[in-house]
Design a protein around this ligand. Structure first.
Ligand SMILES: Cc1cc2nc3c(=O)[nH]c(=O)nc-3n(C[C@H](O)[C@H](O)[C@H](O)COP(=O)(O)O)c2cc1C
Length: 361
């Protein structure tokens, strides 16, 4: 099970949902980066369960501890180990999952692969693992912010059929966090919140699309063939639990456009190149052109729902399962910070590769 991501800024996540703790070891973080526990905690607080009635009621403090790799508030260049102890686990909620495979979840595929599984809370397939990505992402985001002024934002663009109507370039971090569903269009946000409550009451769940906007990305990062920036970014997004789709720029809509409409006019002005439009989404030939990178990420509805479902068990019987437990009715509401973190981890690796490539004597 590959739990290691990235070559130059490498993160290794560890821990299970109902084990002792979850965390990450970051190897390759440059020395001298100012880093405090508080700034990592701020990112984790956005992912935390129990924030409002639209997410899982599990109450986990998710307090992060820096166990190694910093001295006097700065990174030392040695491995950084970040850990959060697991609290408030209700392993009894998963008693049915010892025998029955949840439709839509990873219980069956883990058994097919390993023949033995930690069924408590979904074990390693639980989104609790993403806590580690968010902790590491806070460090990666800081490197990009300090080196290039990069700002990475993600928000909910649609929940089910309810869509936001908003100009992405005007979205701010404050407007996203002001909404209980993390949608900066306040009218759509209210409708989305109502829809999530409705599916929760119906013991069901709903999917969503997230926008990802990377402003002032490092220019000329991304490798031209197998490590194209869009491939690395898309790959990173598709590692997030429950993600089913990724689009960049116009995405699938580009297939219905004409070249004359889709091509972005290039201008040289004020000492630099820029494009008048951004249908490409900030990447051409696998390399960033400096324009904002714009992506969309589709999340499926939560697998574990409280209504009776037909399924099969590990004893080869067919039967019915009513899953218990405290689940998110729409997992995407807690996902923007996870999307931002995976984007930061993808970009920081490409950035450091480009730094190595352009090394001058
Ligand atoms: C923030 C977040 C929270 C999640 N919470 C739940 C949950 O409460 N219940 C659940 O069944 N799945 C939840 N998931 C999704 C599962 O982890 C995921 O569907 C499962 O591991 C199977 O993987 P797959 O959907 O990528 O194939 C969550 C995902 C994210 C990103």
């Amino acid at each position: 099970m590959s739990s290691i991501y990235g070559k130059l800024f490498s993160v290794s996540t560890w821990g299970e949902s109902h084990g002792e703790a979850v965390g990450v070891v970051i190897d390759g973080c440059p020395a001298g980066l100012p880093l405090t526990q508080e700034e990592i905690q701020r990112a984790l607080d956005r992912r935390r369960p129990g924030q409002n009635s639209l997410v899982t009621p599990r109450k986990e403090a998710d307090t992060i501890h820096i166990l190694s790799g910093t001295f006097e508030g700065k990174t030392t260049g040695t491995p950084i180990c970040l850990a959060a102890w697991n609290e408030n686990q209700h392993s009894g909620d998963y008693a049915e999952m010892v025998n029955w495979y949840r439709p839509g979840h990873a219980d069956l595929t883990y058994d097919l692969k390993y023949g033995f599984r930690d069924y408590r809370g979904g074990g390693r397939a639980s989104a609790r693992e993403t806590l580690a990505r968010v902790a590491a992402g806070a460090v990666a985001s800081k490197i990009l912010k300090l080196s290039c002024g990069t700002e990475i934002l993600s928000w909910i663009e649609s929940v089910g059929n309810v869509k936001a109507n908003i100009d992405p370039s005007q979205v701010t971090a404050e407007a996203i966090e002001a909404s209980p569903v993390r949608c900066p269009d306040s009218e759509a946000s209210q409708k989305m919140a109502a829809l999530i409550q409705e599916v929760r009451m119906a013991k069901d769940s709903v999917g969503a699309v997230l926008a990802l906007e990377i402003r002032k990305p490092p220019v000329a990062i991304g490798e031209p063939v197998f490590e194209k920036a869009q491939a690395v970014l898309g790959g990173a997004m598709l590692t997030i639990p429950a993600v089913k789709g990724f689009e960049i720029g116009e995405g699938f809509a580009a297939s219905t456009m004409r070249g004359s409409e889709h091509n972005d006019v290039i201008r040289f002005e004020n000492g630099g190149y820029h494009t008048l439009t951004n249908h490409a989404g900030g990447i051409l030939g696998g390399i960033t052109n400096g324009e904002t990178i714009h992506c969309r990420i589709a999340f499926k509805p939560t697998a574990t729902i409280a209504q009776e479902q037909e399924t099969a068990g590990c004893d080869h019987q067919n039967g019915k399962l009513i899953a218990r437990g405290r689940h998110d009715p729409c997992v995407a509401v807690r996902a923007p910070v996870i999307v931002e973190s995976m984007a930061a981890l993808a970009l920081v690796n490409l950035f450091l590769e480009q730094k190595a490539r352009t090394f001058q004597f």
